[in-house]
Design a protein around this ligand. Structure first.
Ligand code: ADP
Ligand code: MG
Length: 480
C-alpha cells in the first residue's frame, strides 16, 4: 500500500444457519430444489399468516455468542426492515435492530508481524434471507425464486478494527472455522451460505477520525474479499491524492474485471423505517439456558490450537493450520495417537504430503485415500529407521494409489533401509574407487565434497542406505 495512508475495514458477515426448516416457517431450507417449491405462505408474505420463531436459531446464536465471548442478550427483539425489492414479497425483512441477540464479542487473529490482534465483534443478529432473482435461461425476462426467502441468517458485524485485506481474510476465516466447529452453518461459500459485505475506508496516517467508507456487497470467496478490498483501497487513495472525495456508497465487486463499481444509486437512498415486528414476541433467554448451552459447547479452535502446542509440542502456525477444521484436527489426533513417531513429524506429514495429495485430487480430508491410522503406520517406519523420510514419500504415493499399507508397499518394492554396515561399506568402497579425482580434492581440504560422495552412495543404493551411517562410514574411510 502507498506510504502515508492507513486502511480501516469492518466486515458484516452473513452466515446461513444450518436448520432444516426456515426461521419463521416449516418450509425446507435444502439447497438446490426447483425454484419456488420450498416457499410456503409465510415465506411468500401472504396476508393472514403468522411467523413462528424456529427455536433452533436461538440455540445456534447463543452458541455463537458464547464462542466469541460475547454477551447473549436476555431479551432481544425482531424488527421489520422495510424496503421494496422483487425478491422480498412482504415488503419488509424480519431482522433485529436495536436489541440484537449477541453483542460485544471478540476474537484474535495474527497480524502481519505474527502478533495476536484483538478484533471486536459489535453484534450478531438473527434475520431472514430474501429470495433470488434469476436471469439465466429466461431470454429477456427475469424470474424470482423464493426458495431462499426465510432462510435463517446470523449477521455478524465487526468493529472497524481490521487494517488490511489480509487481516480481513484472517478474521473471516476465523469466523468461518468457528461456525463450522459449532455445526451452526455448513459454511459453503459457493452456495452462498457464508458471505460478507466489506466496509472500507482510508485515512492519512495519524488522523484520528475515520475516513468516508464504501461498502462492497456480497463477497462469497476469501480470494474475492482480499482482491476487492485491495482494489478499493487503491481506488480511494488515488481519488484522495487527486484532490477528490470518497463518496459513501454501496459497490459491487466484478471478479472478471477485478474491480469494484457503484451499485445503482436508487438502491442507495434507504430509509428502512425499522420498527418492532408486532407479529413476533421478544426472545427471552434465561441465565440457566445460556449455562446449559455453554456446557455443551465443543472444544473451540483457539483452545484446540493452544492444546496442540502444549500437548504435542507443535509450532503455533502448524497448530493453527491443523485446527482449521474439526475433521482435520481429528485426523491429526488419530494419527498422532497411533504412532510413536514425533508429533511434529505427524503434523508435517498431514500439512505437507497428505494435504498436497488431497489438493491435487480435489478431495476433502474426510475422503482421504490414506487414513489416519495408515499414515501413522508409515510414520512408524520412519521412526524405527525401516525407511528414510525420502523413501517414505515414495511409499506414501503408492499407498495413495491403493497399493496397500506402508509395510506392504515397503515389502513389495523392497524399499527397506540398508542398515547393514558391511553392505554400506562395500558400496562406499566402490564409490571411492570410482572417483579418485574427487577423493584427492576432498583430502586436500574441499570438505563440501562429502555431499557428492553421499549422493553417489545414495544413488547406488536407490536411496535406501541409512543416511547417518553413510555419512559416518564415508568420513571414516576418507580419513577426516
Ligand atoms: P450500516 O448498518 O449502515 O452498514 P454500521 O455503522 O452498522 O453501518 O457499520 C457497518 C460496518 O461498517 C461495521 O462492520 C463497522 O465496523 C464498519 N464501519 C463503520 N464505519 C467505518 C469506516 N469509516 N471505515 C470502515 N469501516 C467502517
Ligand atoms: Mg451495512
Amino acid at each position: 500500500m502507498k506510504a502515508g495512508w492507513e486502511t480501516v475495514i469492518g466486515l458484516e458477515i452473513h452466515s446461513q444457519l444450518a436448520t432444516r426448516s426456515k426461521i419463521f416457517s416449516g418450509a425446507s431450507t435444502a439447497y438446490g430444489a426447483e425454484p419456488n417449491t420450498q416457499a410456503c405462505l409465510v415465506d411468500l408474505g401472504y396476508p393472514g399468516v403468522l411467523p413462528v420463531l424456529n427455536e433452533e436459531v436461538v440455540h445456534m446464536a447463543t452458541m455463537f455468542g458464547l464462542a466469541v465471548d460475547a454477551t447473549v442478550a436476555p431479551r432481544s427483539v425482531f424488527a421489520r426492515k422495510n424496503y421494496f425489492y422483487p425478491d422480498l414479497p412482504k415488503g419488509y425483512q424480519i431482522s433485529q435492530f436495536e436489541l440484537p441477540i449477541v453483542e460485544h464479542g471478540e476474537l484474535y487473529i495474527n497480524d502481519a508481524d505474527g502478533r495476536k490482534k484483538r478484533i471486536g465483534i459489535t453484534r450478531a443478529h438473527l434475520e431472514e434471507d430474501a429470495g433470488k432473482s434469476i436471469h439465466e435461461g429466461l431470454d429477456q425476462n427475469s424470474g424470482i425464486d423464493l426458495n431462499r426467502a426465510g432462510t435463517p441468517l446470523l449477521e455478524i458485524v465487526s468493529e472497524p478494527d481490521l487494517s488490511s485485506a489480509k487481516e480481513a481474510v484472517a478474521y473471516m476465516r476465523k469466523i468461518h472455522t468457528i461456525v463450522r466447529y459449532l455445526g451452526i452453518s455448513d459454511g459453503n461459500m459457493q452456495e452462498g451460505s457464508f458471505r460478507c459485505d466489506a466496509n472500507v475506508s482510508v485515512r492519512p496516517v495519524g488522523q484520528k477520525e475515520l475516513g468516508t467508507r464504501t461498502e462492497i456487497k456480497n463477497l462469497n470467496s476469501f480470494r474475492f474479499v482480499e482482491r476487492a478490498i485491495n482494489f478499493e483501497i487503491e481506488r480511494q487513495i488515488e481519488r484522495l491524492e487527486d484532490g477528490g472525495e470518497v463518496v459513501q456508497e454501496t459497490r459491487l465487486y466484478d471478479s472478471d474485471k477485478d474491480e469494484t463499481r457503484p451499485m445503482r444509486s436508487k438502491e442507495e437512498a434507504n430509509d428502512y423505517r425499522y420498527f418492532p415486528d408486532p407479529d413476533l414476541l421478544p426472545v427471552e433467554i434465561s441465565a440457566e439456558y445460556i449455562e446449559s448451552v455453554r456446557q455443551q459447547l465443543p472444544e473451540l479452535p483457539a483452545a484446540k490450537q493452544q492444546r496442540f502446542v502444549d500437548e504435542y509440542g507443535l509450532k503455533l502456525d502448524d497448530a493453527d493450520l491443523l485446527t482449521g477444521s474439526r475433521t482435520l484436527a481429528d485426523f491429526f489426533e488419530t494419527a498422532a495417537a497411533a504412532t510413536g513417531a514425533k508429533k511434529q513429524l505427524v503434523a508435517n506429514w498431514v500439512i505437507g504430503d497428505l494435504s498436497g495429495a488431497l489438493n491435487r485430487d480435489g478431495l476433502d480430508i474426510a475422503d482421504s485415500k490414506v487414513s489416519a491410522t495408515e499414515l501413522a503406520g508409515l510414520l512408524t517406519r520412519i521412526h524405527d529407521n525401516t525407511i528414510s523420510g525420502k523413501i517414505a514419500k515414495q511409499v506414501f504415493e503408492a499407498m495413495w494409489d491403493g497399493e496397500g499399507t506402508a509395510d506392504a508397499v515397503i515389502e513389495a518394492k523392497g524399499l527397506k533401509q540398508i542398515t547393514d554396515s558391511s553392505a554400506i561399506e562395500a558400496v562406499v568402497d566402490e564409490v571411492i574407487a570410482a572417483n579418485p579425482g574427487q577423493v584427492a580434492e576432498y583430502k586436500a581440504g574441499k570438505d563440501k565434497l562429502i555431499g557428492f560422495f553421499v549422493g553417489q552412495v545414495m544413488q547406488a543404493t536407490k536411496g535406501q542406505a541409512n543416511p547417518g551411517q553413510v555419512n559416518q562410514i564415508l568420513k571414516d574411510k576418507l580419513g577426516s
